[in-house]
Ligand binder design. Sequence first.
Ligand code: BV8
Length: 240
Amino acid sequence: MGQAEIPQELAGALRSAHAVAALTGSGVSAESGVPTFRDAQTGLWERFDPQELATPEAFSRDPKLVWEWYSWRRGLVARAEPNPAHRTLAELERRVPRFTLITQNVDGLHRRAGSENVIELHGNILRTVCSAERIPREPGEGSPPRCPHCGAPLRPDVVWFGEALPPGALEEASEAARGCELFLCVGTSGLVYPAAGLPREASEAGALLVEINPERTPLTPLADFVLCGRAGEVLPALFT
Ligand code: BV8
């Protein structure tokens, strides 16, 4: 995408914006080699549906299986590097007076790229907590390892389907959505709530909505600007 392809109104808004918020999904990490949530899983995880595994029911039914799925994903994330999309969003935080990064991703790549003001709506796969007390615990031996304090299985510090988001996270994200002039939806299928409700909230509060995604999503009809492409290419082109 060259500078010429950026609609003039959007180019002007990007230059003058004082308050910007961005909602990212797993598409932002796709170019880092981390499969999106809906990508066909590979290897021995091919036959499992992520949406089934990322639930408290799956963990109580088979804690070992779910723990090993997250161990596999943690390995993928550990080998991944932030890509130009992550780095551009970190640069935006330094440039824009008020910038809030709201992510559905649990891979920690935004912080590794230098973003500091990050709302991790769905937690972080690199943190482990006691499944009974939800307090952080360092994983020891075993699969899943047990809490040294109460003996309950340890689990990843992520939000599973059917679980509430971290206290205050949605309120903070919602405030950023309502208070921004420009809301970027980057690499998300817009299917998982309550995160997927934030773009509409921003738009109804008067923000310009920009969607960056190679495919159409349920958010596309809401967007003022639909930039069809990969985040690692479109974002740097928008802000260079
Ligand atoms: C809750 C952490 C209540 C775990 C995740 C019916 C209607 C509305 C809601 C519901 C409903 N039935 C149930 C619900 C609630 C449910 C929900 O929304 N279900 C959906 C499926 C309908 N939501 C919940 O359960 C939430 N909790 O509601 O709690 C409550 C309140 C109080 C007390 C108790 C309970 C919790 C949801 C969080 C689930 N956890 N992740 C883990 O990671 O293991 S969700 C997980 O999936 C991700 O975090 C992410 O949010 C989601 C996947 O979405 P995306 O990130 O968008 O990824 P996806 O693969 O879908 O799409 C990738 C996109 O990238 C695509 O569009 C693709 O085109 C694009 N792309 C690809 N490459 C690129 C690219 N874009 C740019 N560049 C590229 N290179």
